[in-house]
Design a protein around this ligand. Structure first.
Ligand code: FAD
Ligand code: SF4
Length: 485
């Protein structure tokens, strides 16, 4: 860059840093607790263009580096600024299969926005400290605007290769693999154990975080590409991986996630009205026909006191669901402090605004029942000790601090791990001590022709990391399929 160009750039940066942040309109707490619609209303085009102008277009783009799928964020925002909305939306689509979902669901404060230089910049008064560019909300705006007002261009699919791929699981990892391999000309079939595809996008994430029409539109788009979905099929039980390979599938991708909810292994966990988070969320959020028979009974929380155990994003989804189901009192109990909580700050703010109470440094030690139904939790206060393997300070019980917490419903949201079914039914498939599937750097498992990625490899993580795994695994699967010629 010449000195003259540097001067112009510096002047432009100064101008951009004077643009105040454009807030994303949101439903008021008192309104949103009465409906299941998204809490955020989204940007208008005018506000989105102004917000995009806050990006100072830094050449090193630390935001792009921090994004697990490597989105070219400055590249998209300069196009939006210039009025090329389709080009800007497509810039995100170059590296992401799910921009409307990631834009809403990523913990941006610890990913792209956490690295945004604008958020660190010092500005003269009256602006002072300003937040980073709202990267996620702009990404979601662009993807929504394109879907609703422009439409997605017909995908350019390579000629059919004659190769067939079985994809097990229809969450972000499986959907990304199916889309990428179909573009390469391979025939993809997605097998899903639930009655409707989507993985946690459907049966975990509630409507107030992401409207289901976004997932529906994606599934329709994938079906139009020629991807076949076989629902209500549990691989390892209804049909094995070996049988799929015998049926002529040339490769298999395991995108089976981490669906097994953690247990506290304490007395009273078997009582009626003690729920696992997933069962609670789907019964609260989905229509009966979207659920397996055993889960079709709707939840009745009206006037009930609900205790949610755990402090992550799942527990925030549970407490906010309980509020919308008219619980009289909703409490989140977490054994560490707010500083150690792993979920998004934004979600904790939403929950607090909606009337949820937090009991930090507290854990249940036993559930007590009346006539087989939970009636209270025996609890103990904790204090923080030395850091554990995760680097967070370990909670330690305080002797003599036991107390009883009355509750009518308990929800356990204390983490997830992968299912062992496929390891048990697939000869040669190896897993780790944490039940995650062993893969090499090309996402190949220990069973030839079988690949894996997403939460079943990483442990419970994020939509964007699962999708990014799916994209990288699809490249490896493509090379594998081509090598079979
Ligand atoms: C309640 C909840 C809220 C969350 N909120 C967020 C959030 O706000 N932001 C975020 O980034 N992440 C969030 N996550 C995490 C995120 O959803 C996951 O990391 C992501 O969905 C993992 O994607 P995946 O494709 O690996 O697996 P999944 O989405 O779990 O999909 C796996 C699919 O495989 C199917 N399956 C499993 N075994 C078999 C089998 N043997 N045969 C056939 N099908 C099978 C399952 O039914 C499932 O549909 C949340 C998770 C939960 C549980
Ligand atoms: S995918 Fe997630 S981390 Fe990447 S730019 Fe979008 S919101 Fe940020």
């Amino acid at each position: 860059m010449t000195t003259e160009q540097e001067k112009i750039q510096s002047h432009d940066n100064h101008r951009r840093l004077q643009i105040p942040v454009q807030p994303v309109p949101k439903q008021k707490p008192e309104d949103r607790v009465k409906n299941w619609d998204e809490s955020f209303l989204g940007y208008s085009l005018e506000a989105a263009v102004v917000e995009a102008e806050r990006c100072i277009q830094c050449p090193t783009a630390p935001c792009q580096e921090a994004c697990p799928t490597g989105n070219d964020i400055p590249g998209a925002f300069i196009l939006l600024e210039e009025g090329d909305i389709e080009g800007a939306a497509n810039k995100f689509r170059e590296t992401s299969n799910l921009p409307d979902m990631c834009g809403r669901l990523c913990p941006q404060e610890s990913l792209c926005e956490g690295s945004c230089v604008v958020g660190f910049a010092i500005r003269p008064a009256p602006l002072g400290k300003q937040p980073p560019v709202s990267i996620g909300r702009l990404e979601a705006f662009l993807a929504d605007y394109q879907r609703k007002n422009i439409g997605l261009a017909k995908p350019d699919i390579a000629p059919a290769t004659g190769r067939r791929v079985a994809i097990i699981g229809s969450g972000p990892a499986g959907l990304a693999v199916a889309e990428e391999l179909t573009l390469q000309g391979h025939a993809c079939t997605v097998f899903e154990s639930w009655p409707v595809p989507g993985g946690v996008l459907l049966y975990g994430i509630p409507n107030f975080k992401m409207g289901k029409e976004i997932l529906d539109a994606k599934l329709e788009y994938l079906e139009e590409m020629g991807i076949e979905f076989k629902n209500n099929t549990m691989i390892g039980k209804d049909v094995t991986i070996d049988q799929l390979l015998e049926q002529g599938y040339n490769a298999v991708f395991l995108g089976t996630g981490a669906p097994v909810g953690g247990q506290m292994r304490i007395e009273g966990e078997e009582l009626a009205n003690v729920h696992q988070a997933t069962e609670f969320l789907v019964r609260g959020n989905l229509e009966p026909e979207q659920l397996p028979e055993a889960m079709r009974k709707p939840l009745d929380l009206a006037g009930k006191r609900v205790l949610v155990v755990g402090g992550g994003d799942t527990s925030m989804d549970c407490v906010r669901t309980a509020v919308r189901l008219h619980a009289s009192e909703v409490t989140c109990m977490y054994r560490r402090t707010e500083a150690e909580q792993l979920g998004r700050i934004e979600e904790r703010i939403h929950a607090t605004e909606e009337g949820v109470q937090f009991q930090y440094l507290t854990t249940p030690t036993r559930f007590e029942g009346e006539n087989g139904t939970v009636a209270s939790a025996e609890c103990q206060r904790m204090q923080l000790g030395a850091p554990d393997d995760s680097g967070r300070r370990r909670p330690e019980p305080i002797e003599g601090s036991e107390f009883s917490w009355p509750c009518d419903v308990v929800v356990l949201a204390i983490g997830y791990s992968p299912d062992e079914l496929l390891e048990q039914t697939t000869p040669g498939l190896r897993t780790t001590a944490w039940k995650t599937v062993r893969v090499d750097e090309d996402y190949a498992t220990t069973r030839p022709g079988v690949f894996a990625g997403g939460d079943n490899v990483n442990g419970a993580d994020l939509v964007v990391t699962a999708m990014a795994d799916g994209r990288r695994a699809s490249e490896a699967i493509h090379h594998y399929l081509v090598s079979l010629d």
